[in-house]
Design a protein around this ligand. Structure first.
Ligand SMILES: *Cc1c(COP(=O)(O)O)cnc(C)c1O
Length: 247
């Protein structure tokens, strides 16, 4: 016997989901095209730039949508969110830690992330190295450099003039490998000159330490400039997932 179709209470939620998925896929296509064009302008290969989709403030369903659209690298700025979302999305993605790292959260990050972008002091690097050795890993890290001319409490990053020594000292540690530099330009600074400064520092360091390769720089509002100035990793939140409701 045929029964009448049951009214589907889930269909509104499904429509909403499909709309979000299509939006995220569309934004990723748009970002991909912009990365491609910026790389071309700079005479660089598209393959030399990794897009990290920064998922802070973003629900796991949206991460899955990005994953289905082909996105592999994801970034989080809080250890707790990293643990939860890494469990939620499962295998097949690479995680990056991009936020300020408290020492009691080191255990949540080591071994879980392909790259910790925001290492700005020696004790933190030491602790990462110890934890990495305990779990039998090598933790790849970047040194975060603060290019502000005046130090602001709470801003991440080691001062520019201290960065070479920090990189050199991390090099002597077991369990961690410093593979480059990361920065977030200060709000009032000229982003392009910040990116150029970080690149010059990377070039200097790379001459002595060949493994210091990466430049993690460029966010949603300045990633094309960063690519023109040599970024090998751009970290995009808003451009991929849309405006954040919370940080
Ligand atoms: C939030 C965040 C991003 C992404 O910012 P958008 O402007 O949304 O692209 C990148 N890097 C770090 C360190 C962040 O905290």
């Amino acid at each position: 016997m045929l029964s009448a179709p049951v009214p589907d209470s889930g269909s509104a939620a499904r429509d909403e989901r499909q709309w979000r998925d299509a939006q995220i896929a569309g934004r990723l296509r748009d970002v991909e095209e912009r990365i491609r064009q910026a790389s071309r302008r700079a005479g660089r290969s598209r393959a030399a730039v990794t897009l990290v989709a920064v998922s802070k403030g973003v629900a796991v369903d949206d991460l899955r949508a990005a994953r289905r659209a082909g996105q592999v690298d994801f970034g989080e700025s809080r250890a707790q969110a990293l643990v939860r979302k890494a469990q939620g999305i499962g295998p097949g993605v690479r995680w990056h830690f991009v936020g300020q790292l408290q020492r009691n959260k080191v255990k949540d990050v080591v071994g879980r992330v392909t790259l910790a972008h925001s290492i700005d002091r020696l004790p933190l690097a030491q602790q990462l190295g110890q934890r990495a050795q305990t779990v039998g890993r090598l933790q790849r890290v970047l040194v975060q450099v603060d290019l502000a001319t005046t130090r602001v409490a709470g801003r991440g990053g080691c001062p520019l003039d201290e960065a070479p020594q920090l990189v050199a000292r991390i090099r002597d540690l077991e369990g961690v490998a410093c593979e480059g530099l990361m920065t977030v330009p200060p709000r009032d600074a000229d982003a392009r000159s910040c990116f150029a400064t970080l690149r010059a520092l990377r070039d200097d360091l790379r001459a002595r330490f060949p493994e210091v390769q990466h430049l993690s720089m460029g966010m949603s509002n300045d990633f094309e400039l960063a690519i023109e100035e040599g970024a090998t990793i751009v970290r995009l939140g808003t451009a991929v997932f849309g405006p954040r409701r919370s940080a």
